[in-house]
Ligand binder design. Structure first.
Ligand code: PRP
Ligand code: URA
Length: 212
């Protein structure tokens, strides 16, 4: 796959370890959900390396010192429903008070075209750093539509985190939105004729919520 300046693919042994268990078809719903959360937490640390800090005065038992903190009200998490919901707790481990917006998308199973069915975002989202999350980046249709929805509502600082991506989807989002950093835990081989990622992990929403 072509290299893109805005795409960051993780090469972390702990992520490889957890993704290997995640993919296994014998991994049940509870463990699947826990792994999605753990991988998301690891990714959040990396994807927030350049987050803005503000100086604060802290009184230690010995003296007053200037320290630096992330203003948590400046962060919003936006999961793409449904499967993105599985990543919210993983980000909340790092930013427990970050507000959460929701964008509902489903892929039409025939055309693979995403359909938006819900969008509810926190007030003032246009001033926040938005972490858009979805475990799967397949054709790229869902994330491109979610990014369009966020931009339409004035969001300027958005980054996207996904766990498994197909090269086709990475290319689509990287080229359509060169200004959006895309953090991918694991780049897979290809899509199959039904738009599923290979080797992939199957349907993330169904595995998270036990719907099949
Ligand atoms: C999955 C996944 C992404 C989308 C990726 O959701 O969670 O949102 O597919 O595919 P794309 O890159 O080809 O658009 P799905 O539409 O299955 O809905 P769900 O989360 O409700 O299961
Ligand atoms: N959505 C999923 O949940 N899995 C895939 O492989 C592709 C899209």
């Amino acid at each position: 796959m072509k290299q893109y300046d805005n795409v960051f693919i993780f090469d972390h042994p702990l992520i490889k370890h957890k993704v290997a268990i995640l993919r296994d078809k014998r991994t049940g719903m509870k463990e699947f959900r826990e792994l999605i959360e753990e991988i998301t937490t690891i990714m959040t640390y990396e994807s927030m390396r350049d987050v803005s800090l503000v100086p604060v005065q802290v009184e230690t038992p010995l003296e007053v010192t200037t320290q630096y903190k992330v203003p948590e009200e400046s962060i919003a998490i936006v999961p793409i429903l449904r499967a993105g919901l599985g990543m919210v707790n993983g980000v909340h481990k790092v930013f427990p008070t970050a507000k959460v917006g929701h964008i509902g998308m489903y892929r039409d199973e025939e055309t693979l075209e995403p359909q938006e069915y819900y969008c509810k975002l926190p007030d003032g989202i246009e001033h926040k750093t938005v972490l858009l999350v979805d475990p799967m980046l397949a054709t790229g249709g869902s994330v491109c539509d979610a990014l369009a929805a966020l931009k339409k509502r004035g969001c300027k600082n958005i980054r996207f985190m996904c766990i498994i991506a197909a090269p086709e989807g990475v290319q689509k989002v990287a080229e359509a939105y060169p200004d959006i950093p895309v953090y991918v835990s694991t780049l897979d081989r290809q899509l199959n004729e039904h738009g599923y990622i290979l080797p992939g992990l199957g349907d993330a929403g169904d595995r998270l919520f036990g719907t099949k």
